[in-house]
Design a protein around this ligand. Structure first.
Ligand SMILES: [Zn+2]
Length: 268
């Protein structure tokens, strides 16, 4: 008698467990099969809530044409060859170039060059970039810097995004170009910019509007480095020109004629 009760309870238990298993497998299975429906639900939700989708960085490991690095430096040309140094920035001070913006739209901008000046000495700027800055607002970098003696210092690789000009717009031959990579910050040219900074003279370390300018070898190295980027002349600009914060005036006392002459010497 007892055995019969136990057998009944046991078969009841087995039946219950089987039922639960069927329900679990069924719901997982239907979840997989109903992917489009689930996606539709998700996209409905994401339309209602402004969810920040982190832009995807280009998969550099894949060699297909669509996944080429955004920018590479060709070998330098001409008879002038500057000294070169490498002073890599801490990874907190630069990021990936994005192939989609913060709203999921593809980024299409061709590279530009943005010219800056350090205001401080080259070494103190390099020290800043080498120092980790966990807070977004403190993160800063250039791709390269040119010392007073013409030495080119490489800081951030060209395929990565240096944080050189927050809140900025390039108003060039194709109209207004700028990219929002983080909806918490104003749009910026950083996603498609190569930032080069000239070391300021010692009389330019303050907030004055002018100073004694840059050395001939700085102009030569600047032209040499820009030639390496392959960026055309109508896409070379300054921090002052792209800035939309109203606070940037660099590079102060930049001599566009001397720069044009250096570019021309290189082409000759
Ligand atoms: Zn600047």
């Amino acid at each position: 008698m007892r055995y019969q009760v136990w057998a009944f309870v046991r078969s009841l238990l087995i039946a219950t467990m089987t039922l639960v298993a069927v329900i679990v497998v069924g719901s997982v299975g239907s979840g997989l099969l109903n992917q489009p429906a689930a996606n539709a639900q998700l996209s409905q939700v994401s339309r209602q809530i402004p969810v920040f989708r982190r832009p995807v960085s280009p998969p550099r490991s894949q060699p297909s044409a669509a996944n080429q690095p955004f920018m590479t430096l060709s070998p330098g040309r001409g008879s002038y060859t500057p000294a070169e140094e490498y002073a890599p920035a801490d990874p907190t001070n630069f990021g990936d170039r994005f192939i989609t913006d913060a709203f999921g739209m593809p980024t299409y901008q061709a590279p530009i060059v943005v010219i800056h000046e350090t205001v401080s000495s080259a070494n103190s700027a390099l020290n800043y970039f080498r120092t980790p800055h966990p807070r977004d607002a403190d993160q800063r970098s250039y791709h390269a810097l040119i010392r007073r003696n013409g030495t080119v210092v490489y800081i951030v690789p060209p395929e990565r995004r240096a944080f050189g000009a927050g809140n900025s717009v390039f108003d060039g031959p194709n109209g207004i170009e700028t990219v929002t990579t983080n909806p918490l910050f104003p749009p910026s040219v950083n996603n498609f910019a190569y930032h080069i900074s000239l070391e300021s003279p010692t009389d330019g370390r303050g907030n004055q509007s002018r100073h004694s300018g840059y050395t001939t070898v700085q102009y030569q190295s600047l032209a040499w480095l820009i030639a390496r980027t392959g960026v055309p002349q109508d896409r070379i600009t300054t921090h002052r020109a792209v800035d939309r914060s109203g606070s940037r005036r660099d590079p102060r006392s930049f001599d566009t004629q001397r720069f044009a002459a250096a570019l021309q010497d290189l082409a000759a």
